[in-house]
Design a protein around this ligand. Structure first.
Ligand SMILES: [Zn+2]
Length: 83
C-alpha cells in the first residue's frame, strides 16, 4: 500500500492505471515462472503450468479479496483486552 501510494503521488496516474500496471507486472511474473517450469532443467518442484486454470485461480483470488467483508456480528466477536 505504501508503494502504491508513492506511485500515485509521484506519477499522478489514476488509481486504476496504477493497479492495471501492478496486474501486468504480476502477469509477467507468472509467465516467467511458468516458462521456468516448462523448460528442461528448470525448477524441480513438479508444478505443471496450466494457463487457463492458473489465470482462473488468480482471478478468483483477486475477486475474493476485493469483495466487501460483511459486518461482523458483535455477539460472536471475542473481546480483546480490557478498557
Ligand atoms: Zn517450481
Amino acid at each position: 500500500m505504501t508503494a502504491f501510494c508513492d506511485v500515485l503521488r509521484t506519477t499522478r496516474l489514476p488509481p486504476m492505471t496504477v493497479m492495471s500496471l501492478a496486474a501486468s507486472a504480476l502477469g509477467t511474473v507468472y509467465r516467467e515462472v511458468a516458462d521456468q517450469h516448462r523448460s528442461d532443467g528448470g525448477c524441480p518442484c513438479g508444478w505443471k503450468p496450466n494457463l487457463r486454470a492458473d489465470v482462473e485461480a488468480l482471478q478468483a483470488a483477486l475477486a475474493a479479496t476485493t469483495q466487501a467483508i460483511p459486518p461482523a456480528d458483535l455477539r460472536v466477536m471475542q473481546p480483546v483486552g480490557r478498557a
